[in-house]
Design a binder for this molecule. Sequence first.
Ligand code: AMP
Ligand code: GLY
Length: 433
Amino acid sequence: MNVLVIGNGGREHALAWKLKQSSRAERVFVAPGNAGTALDAENVPLATDEFAKLIKFAKQNSVGLTVIGPEAPLAAGIVDAFAAEKLKVFGPSKAAAQLEASKVFCKDLLRAADVPQADYRVFKDAESATRYILDRYPSEEQDVPLVIKANGLAAGKGVVVCRKRADAITAIERIAMQREFGDAGREMVIEERLDGHEASVLAITDGRTILSLPACQDHKPAYDGDQGPNTGGMGAYCPTPLVDEPMMRWIEERILVNTVHAMKRSRQPFRGVLYAGLMMTNQGPKVLEYNVRFGDPECQPLLMRLKSDLLDVLEATVDGRLDEIGQLEWDPRPAICVVMASEGYPGEYVKGRPIRGLEEAAALPNVKVFHAGTKLQADGQIVTDGGRVLGVTALGSTISAAKLQAYTAVRCVRWPGAWCRKDISDKALSYIK
Ligand code: AMP
Ligand code: GLY
């Protein structure tokens, strides 16, 4: 079967690499892809929002399954567009993708389904939101334990975790008055600030059967020790000892099953990857957000460990027969992914820097270098082409061994201005009881 993966990040490279390993996979295409997918699969020069052209390509190239990587095309209805043409496509419908695309939709659904989350209120204008803050927090000095969120998709940037009243007022102005995130700021959620460590629990579901994947931990802040601005994720490891077996069962029962059932009851059945961003609080796990796709970079260590045939699993999901798959098989060894980024990221950065040492890194055992922001030039040279450039991923007998191997590979790779966090997975050691 021919397969088409839509997207151009590290997640899509990992998906294409894993799908290609299936005994049933023939050609694997990636649109638009990057230098890594050009080498491991075949790139198609079509953007993720060119639905009509992508559909035409899928038909002309006998694509038997299309897998959608990022959230934007899902929220824009790419799955509905493919399904209307009787093409098999992995991912949620536009209606179901609201779980990520609208924080208000998500919070209201979770409230109705009695899924643990932060208490919240919804505001439609800056004036009433500001009045709410000033009434509740009369002093400028006191702690303001709130989080302000733009309702819509804002590439992870529409969330402000507050400490002081001024933080909240500024956030409301940016979201609702200056419209920094455009229409995403037409509504706002103000919610209680939760304390704890964060975990990512992903599950594959066809709307009835739910297969949870081992828990991961992402590292969103740019710099070591969780300092600096938030990014798309500077590294991840899997499994995380933060979520043990009994905790995983609890998350499945109280969070994942209730959410999937609530989506079905509200006539927006969820099919695809359900990704719960969780805060592990003193009162147990609470949902911070849902994503409706594989996480990037969580996907990289997850797929490095997956032994089951991914094509079989994704196709069974689309066909609504995930119950036939049984349990997924995993490499018992932990995996970690270290993101190497361009100088300046998550702010402005330059592109086009030649990357050296990729072959050396690839030659190391138990290592795979997934590409994100890279481009293959006509002369064969691979150059930087984004903020997050590579996801250097390694397996090891322990988390520490996997870390050592990943950073050994990182040291092989160089370009001017390359940097990464040095402490990916260090938090894991503090969770081991
Ligand atoms: P979200 O896009 O909603 O996941 O938020 C992005 C990041 O903001 C999360 O990964 C958390 O680090 C932080 N965050 C979101 N909501 C809360 C909350 N209620 N309490 C504390 N931190 C939060
Ligand atoms: N790693 C966070 C995300 O994919 O949204």
